[in-house]
Each structure stands twice: as C-alpha cells, then as structure tokens.
Design a protein around this ligand. Structure first.
Ligand code: PLP
Length: 330
C-alpha cells in the first residue's frame, strides 16, 4: 500500500529510533528534561522568539497559542478553511471560550481588505471584540498553499498599528520555508505566537511546539498541565524532533516534487501545487477512494467532492510514480 492520506502517517526511521533510544531524559513537568529543553530553545531560536513549549499535538499548541492572545468571550478572525476553525473539533470555543469570524479565500490566503472589514476591537457593549488574527502557512485544506511573505508583512504592519495579536498556525511552516527559501526567522517575525508540528512532513511520531514570548509561554506551560498535557520523561519524543530538524527539513523538496508529479497525473495544474498537498476535485470522490485502495493506493476525502493526496517521508520517488500511474487511470 502507498499511503497518501496524510503526512502524519510517517513512521520513525531507524536513525530516529536510535536517537530516541539514546535521549537523555528527566521529568519535564519539573523542567528537568534536558532534551526537551534543548528542543524548545532550538525551535524558539529558529523563529526568533524568546521561548517555546513542547506539546503532544499541534491542536494543543494552537489552543495554547491563540489563548495567549484572546480572552473568553472575545474573537479571533481566520480564513474559513483554517485548521483551527475546521479540524480542532471546536477546541478553541470549548476550552478558551472564544468565538471566530471568518473570511473566505479559495487558496486559504490572508485577505487584508476582508480582515480590515471584519476587524472590530471595540464596538461598544453590543459586539464581540476582535482580539487576534490567525493565519495558516502552509494552508492545509487549500492544498498546501504558501502565504506570500509580502502579504504576511502587510498583515503584521496592520496588526501592530491597531494593537492586535497575530497567530500563525505553522504546522507545515517547514514546507513553506523549503518551497520559498524564506527563512523561518522571517516567518517568525510576522507573528506574536506560532504553533509548529514535528509530526507532519518532518516525520517525528509525536510532537509540536507553541512558540512566542517568555510570558506567553510561561502561562501556556501552566495551562498545558491543566489540560492534561504535562508529560514526564518526554525527551524520548523531543529527541525525535531534534533528529527531524537535523535530517528531514531540506528533503521536503522531494515531497514537493512528488506532489507535482501526482498533480500532473490526475489533471490538477501542477503550478497550483506549491508544497506537498494536492487537492483533487471529483464528483465521484468516494468511488475514487475505493478504486484507488483496490489498486494499492490509499487517498482521503476532505469534503464530499474533494480528495487530498499528501506526499511525505515514507513515499519514495518510485512510490509516487506508481501511485501516479494508478490514479491517472481512475
Ligand atoms: C495537522 C495540523 C495541525 C495540528 O494537528 P494535530 O493532529 O493536533 O497535531 C494544526 N494545523 C494544521 C494546519 C494542521 O495541518
């Protein structure tokens, strides 16, 4: 089986398992796991922020990050297809007590004119107050689309001018970095807080980080424990993340090439495939999933007529070519 359902499906490589087995550990709730500390310091530095916090999932990193900007009863603005709005099962409403209003963009891009129209930090006692703007880079459900740096900087300037916070869901920021050559530090500079994942294309089995200012991260550390996310000798997992940062970032370019190859095979314009995700519209989506599975290729639906193909560490060039041949015939 060639599995293109998600880049979360990767299994740790032998070398990663070795790194995990050798990890120096301590009790991280006591702040005594040296490997976790090393990962947190390294990731904070990569993005040019003061601090970072290791979390079991990207969803928890997002909840903690957004929560650092938005109080209960306030709102965050985001794109309608954002992971925080669609795929975290209402966590931000359920745990933080915030509301969301959305703009719609077919490529999941930030739309500053739309944001300006929605933005309402202080409309008196009858309207919810906007406290933050959230963007996603790359945008998952828009097919791994990259947010242009110039627009991110315009948003930063707007947000600073009006005194509101910016959250960046960077689950796949590594893919944006490799696809564009924009530094992680330049991406980090546009946001007050970020969430980044090690368990997607980077191939770690578990782990994400919230990244931001020292105070925000210290408060998030308390809230992480409250949510049941205080983990103990978790350096064993942080070691996988450190290994991924050393060995699995630059190779994301291969995943991007494989995704373009798949796009071409199924008739999606490869120019619209900037990173490792292909969104393929088919009226008969469910039937295509079944036929592909019969032919040894697993793909997923992300809407009634929308299929998603995701390339990753465990999909070789040969796999991508074989999958392309299967899917082209469906
Ligand atoms: C996967 C993902 C997350 C976090 O997902 P978890 O499964 O909770 O780790 C957040 N944002 C985006 C855009 C994602 O694709």
């Amino acid at each position: 089986m060639i599995d293109l359902r998600s880049d979360t499906l990767t299994r740790p490589t032998e070398a990663m398992r070795q790194a995990m087995a050798r990890a120096e550990v301590g009790d991280d709730v006591y702040g005594e796991d040296p490997t976790v500390r090393r990962l947190e310091e390294r990731v904070a530095d990569l993005f040019g922020h003061e601090a970072a916090l290791f979390t079991p999932t990207g969803s928890m990193a997002n909840v903690l990050a957004v929560r650092s900007l938005v109080r209960p009863g306030q709102e965050v603005l985001c794109e309608a297809g954002a992971h925080i709005a669609r795929a975290e099962l209402g966590a931000h409403g359920a745990f933080t007590g915030l509301t969301m209003r959305t703009w719609i963009h077919p490529r999941g891009q930030l739309d500053l004119p739309a944001i300006r129209r929605l933005f309402a930090p202080d409309m008196g006692p009858f309207f919810v107050a906007t406290a933050a703007i959230s963007i996603e880079n790359t945008h998952n459900f828009a097919g791994g689309a990259v947010q242009p740096l110039a627009e991110l900087r315009d948003l930063r300037e707007f947000a600073t001018g009006v005194g509101t916070g910016v959250h960046l869901d960077g689950a796949r920021i590594w893919n944006a970095h490799v696809a564009t050559g924009v530094s992680l530090r330049d991406y980090g500079a546009v946001a007050d807080v970020l969430a980044v994942c090690l368990s997607k294309g980077l191939g770690a089995p578990v782990g994400s980080l919230m990244v931001g200012g020292a105070d925000a991260v210290a408060e998030a550390r308390v809230h992480r424990k409250r949510m049941g996310g205080g983990m103990r000798q978790v350096g064993i997992l942080a070691a996988a993340g450190l290994h991924a940062l050393d060995h699995h970032v630059e190779r994301l370019a291969d995943d991007h090439a494989h995704a373009r190859l798949l796009a071409e095979a199924v008739g999606v314009d490869p120019a619209t495939v900037e990173t490792n995700i292909v969104v393929w519209e088919r009226a008969d989506a469910a039937a295509v999933v079944a036929a592909a599975a019969d032919a040894g290729v697993r793909i997923a639906t992300v809407g009634p007529t929308t299929l998603r193909l995701v390339t990753h560490l465990d999909v070789t060039r040969d796999d991508a070519e074989r999958a392309a041949a299967v899917l082209a015939g469906l």
